[in-house]
Design a protein around this ligand. Structure first.
Ligand code: RNT
Ligand code: ZN
Length: 420
């Protein structure tokens, strides 16, 4: 994009926003500081490097776009490249299946930070925080789709140990990087058809989680552990052990976090409506910003109404320190790096737009009972020149403005991805 027109756009936008009492420079600064965690698993279709070559657990990546990262080095290179197009405070969200065993015979129940040393060194070098996830899928110790709630004691034991190891690894990440490591516990456990012993599976899940979180020497401040709920998965349509009520209840009772994934609810339910509700009884929540299309299809995050409402809720309620924002989707139908760039840029754009709103004035109108004015202002905001502020923000943060990033992705595709 032409620098001169970006600057002209910025000047115009600055005036337009000043007229409604908004300081665009302050908005950019605040939007830039909110951490957004980028999920490593978009780069390789959630396969990982610890032995599996396919994905299960009720989730699925569709598409066969060329250039999937096949090694940790390729994935790190892709992430490095993607980050040149992604402005703002960024973290990297790793899954345990991205362990690099270096030829050692070690399984998920015994992983230590040693299997993540390369990731940790990379994070240090790039001055980026790490988040983490136990991987309760794509592994021979899964009992079908069951892990922590399996009726088999040896299966439960293995996965309990995995859960404990992940907290230890997260603790090492937090200590070495000097920032909180957020760990998301998602277990696909559930049945395709009607379950009879619905209580039994949940009793076992609770007992397993109790063991994982028994060690109180690892604090939630350093390692923020959160339970992710879900309505259903592919092949797990009828009964999910860690349902919404289950996970939220366990989190509140046991001082853990709760993860709201945008694709895990009935199609007309939105997580933006749930954030302030769950934060009445929880200190903090984690978000998996995703986009379900009819079902939990994990489409790339689009700049749609729901994304905007999610960011509005965080910013307008001053929840920045109480919400961990992470992305969670996996699309293999289009260029995987473009998926990162588009989703991460959209998340940041929506954050910026939330800060660009005259929320205090809208709130005041609401409290006065002038709901007409509130609605009029809410609608007017949609055609304010937020895009011009975004382009200026990109220009001043050394990342491509507008669609300039696409050309770079095409070049990387020709030079690197097409040779894989
Ligand atoms: C699955 C959950 C979970 C996974 C990742 C890979 O439905 O959303 O968060 O997508 O852990
Ligand atoms: Zn998720």
């Amino acid at each position: 994009m032409n620098e001169k027109s970006i600057l002209q756009g910025y000047e115009y936008a600055k005036e337009a926003y000043a007229a409604i009492g908004v300081d665009v420079d302050a908005a950019m600064q605040r939007a830039d500081a909110v951490p957004v965690s980028m999920h490593c698993w978009q780069g390789d279709d959630v396969i990982g490097f610890d032995g599996s070559d396919s994905l299960d657990g009720g989730i699925q990546t569709t598409g066969n776009y060329p250039g999937r990262a096949r090694t940790a080095d390729e994935l790190r290179a892709d992430i490095d490249f993607a980050r040149t197009m992604i402005p703002g405070a960024t973290k990297l969200n790793l899954h345990a299946s991205y362990a690099e065993k270096g030829g050692k015979k070690v399984d998920r129940d015994a992983y230590t930070v040693a299997e993540f040393r390369n990731w940790l060194d990379w994070a240090k070098e790039n001055k980026i925080g790490l988040d983490f996830n136990p991987t309760y899928f794509s592994h021979p110790m899964m009992d079908g789709n069951f892990s922590l709630s399996s009726p088999k004691a040896d299966v439960r034991k293995f996965w309990i140990e995995h859960g404990k190891r992940c907290r230890e690894i997260g603790n090492a990440f937090a200590k070495e990087l000097g920032q909180t490591c957020a760990i998301n516990y998602w277990m696909p456990d559930g049945h395709k058809d009607t379950c009879v012993d619905t209580k039994g599976y949940r009793d076992r899940m609770t007992a397993s989680l109790d063991e994982i979180f028994a060690d109180k020497s690892i604090s939630q401040d350093d390692v923020f552990c959160s339970l992710e709920s879900k309505l259903f998965g592919i092949g797990v349509e009828s009964y999910t052990v860690a349902s919404h009520e289950y996970s939220l209840g366990y989190a509140i009772k046991n001082g853990l976090g709760y993860t709201l994934d945008a694709g895990h609810f009935h199609p007309t339910e939105v997580i933006s409506a749930k954030i302030s509700a769950v934060l009445q009884n929880l200190d903090k929540v984690m978000l998996h910003v995703s986009r379900g299309v009819r079902w939990d299809s994990d489409h790339v995050v689009a700049l749609d109404d729901e994304l905007q409402r999610i960011m509005d809720e965080i910013v307008w309620n001053h929840f920045e320190d109480r919400v961990f924002i992470g992305l969670d989707y996996f699309d293999a139908a289009i260029n995987r790096i473009a998926c990162w760039a588009i989703g991460m840029r959209n998340a940041r754009k929506a954050l910026l737009n939330a800060y660009l709103a005259n929320a205090d004035e809208m709130r005041a109108k609401e409290l006065e009972g002038d709901l007409t004015a509130r609605f009029a202002m809410f609608e007017e905001r949609k055609s304010m020149p937020a895009g011009a502020v975004w382009n200026y923000y990109c220009l001043t943060h050394n990342v491509p403005a507008g669609m300039d990033w696409l050309e770079q992705v095409k070049k990387y595709e020709a030079d690197v991805l097409s040779k894989r």
